[in-house]
Design a binder for this molecule. Structure first.
Ligand SMILES: Cc1ncc(COP(=O)(O)O)c(C=O)c1O
Length: 420
């Protein structure tokens, strides 16, 4: 498709997008906060749930609650089939080659820790390096720090520039024969920067370094194709993808998963147990010890169905347009500075207001019914890079509107009046 046809398709997708209709699917958006209509702009922390997801949980607990894999009775068979269906939905959603490559975990954090504690402990030794970027969420820093301390390995960081971009040439230069692993976010939660992941992965693979991707902020906003990216591991969270809390996904290439030791021991991850020796279950169950979050697995499947119905292309085009609208509007405010001005961004505007602490900004906005996040966003090194302690972060989802952005702008003006 030509670039022009691509743009036309995108603009048609954005115009055809019926946000009013979509908002009806999210019961919480009708809530009032301090007597004002809720304006929910904290989607990077967690997103709201469509009725279809809420109903899927109620349906499971009302009609077929049972443990999975352990019984021949009908309810257990139904629950097991629903979990299998969800795994297949996840596989298709990220275009993995096999459901053996889809492991259910609690969330992105657990997925990253799983890789660190299994693949990492097995493959990293003294003098080796793990490469991360200066953009990372604490979940994609601390597990590698723990690993490197234990193994006397080095955690190497590619720092970001003034726009919040990881310079590709710096990234490439930081790779070498001792780089055993690269851990990188697809999209930054603090700044919204979208990393050129496919290029980074290619560079890492030239040194045979597997790449672990923190996809927490990408999966809800853009097509993720783990095979096109050639990602070795890719983790994301259900609750940011309009699904329940407590469930997430770790994708891993089958050959890597097969070579890894188990993460936790317990029921379901075994084939046979004697006091002398335990043999482990096939993939993906080898990494799913204990009763899984059955409702969560069903819920994430319902969330993926919902997102697919709306259409990821339409979502991405609409959100991009809304982000541009919001960026323009915030940029025009005097005394407000946007932190994170990468040319390729998704969903997030972080900003600071002169003479007002972000927590005060958040509190004043809350009184207007506007939910934003304030603080370091679990990315303290990003804040350090910009010499600030915190920002106010508005993060968008496809159910947000221009009117809500206008309400945010009016709210910031009110903050400025208050603190002038
Ligand atoms: C970029 C990024 N990585 C990791 C996480 C951790 O996700 P979870 O708390 O769902 O495990 C988050 C959550 O905010 C995130 O934004």
């Amino acid at each position: 498709m030509s670039a022009h046809a691509e743009v036309l398709k995108d603009s048609r997708a954005a115009t055809a997008f019926n946000v009013d209709r979509i908002r009806e699917d999210f019961p919480i958006l009708r809530e009032k906060v301090h007597g004002k209509p809720l304006v929910y702009l904290d989607n990077a922390a967690t997103s709201q749930k469509p009725k279809a997801v809420i109903d899927s949980l109620v349906d499971y607990y009302t009609h077929y609650n049972a443990n999975v894999h352990r019984a021949v009775h009908l309810l257990s068979t139904r629950a097991t089939a629903a979990c299998d269906d969800s795994r297949e939905k996840v596989r298709r959603f990220i275009n993995a080659g096999s459901t053996n490559e889809i492991v259910f975990v609690r969330g992105t954090t657990e997925g990253l820790n799983l890789v660190a504690q299994t693949h990492g402990r097995q493959n990293i030794g003294p003098g080796d390096e793990v490469l991360i970027s200066g953009l990372e969420h604490h979940s994609n820093i601390v597990p590698w720090q723990i690993l490197c301390e234990e193994k006397q390995a080095r955690l190497r960081v590619v720092h970001i520039d003034d726009r919040g971009v990881v310079p590709l040439d710096e990234f490439e230069k930081a790779l070498h024969e001792r780089t055993r692993l690269v851990a990188i976010s697809h999209v930054s939660n603090a700044l919204g920067t979208v990393n050129p992941l496919a290029d980074m992965i290619k560079m890492a693979h030239r040194w045979n370094a597997p790449v672990v991707v923190d996809g927490a902020q990408a999966a809800p906003h853009m097509h993720v194709d783990v095979r096109a990216l050639d990602a070795d591991f890719y983790a994301f969270s259900g609750h940011k993808l309009f699904g329940p809390t407590g469930i997430g996904v770790l994708y891993g290439k089958e050959a890597l998963f097969n070579a890894m030791p188990p993460f936790q021991g317990g029921g379901d991850m075994i084939r046979s147990v004697t006091f002398e020796k335990t043999t482990y279950n096939d993939l993906p169950y080898k990494f799913e010890a204990g009763t899984p979050d059955i409702a969560g697995i069903i819920g994430i499947g319902a969330a993926i169905d919902y997102v697919n119905d709306v259409g990821m292309d339409a979502i991405a085009a609409y959100e991009q347009e809304l982000l541009e609208y919001a960026t323009d509007a915030v940029s025009q405010l005097e005394g407000v500075r946007i932190i994170g001005t990468a040319p390729n961004k998704a969903s997030v505007i972080s900003f600071v207001v002169d003479n007002a602490h972000p927590h005060d900004v958040g509190t004043v906005l809350d009184r207007e019914g506007i939910a934003v996040r304030t603080g370091h966003h679990c990315a303290q090194p990003v804040m350090d890079r910009f010499g600030i302690a915190a920002t106010t972060r508005a993060s968008l989802a496809f159910y947000n509107t221009r009117e809500e952005v206008d309400a945010l702008i009016a709210g910031i003006r009110r903050v400025q009046e208050f603190f002038s």
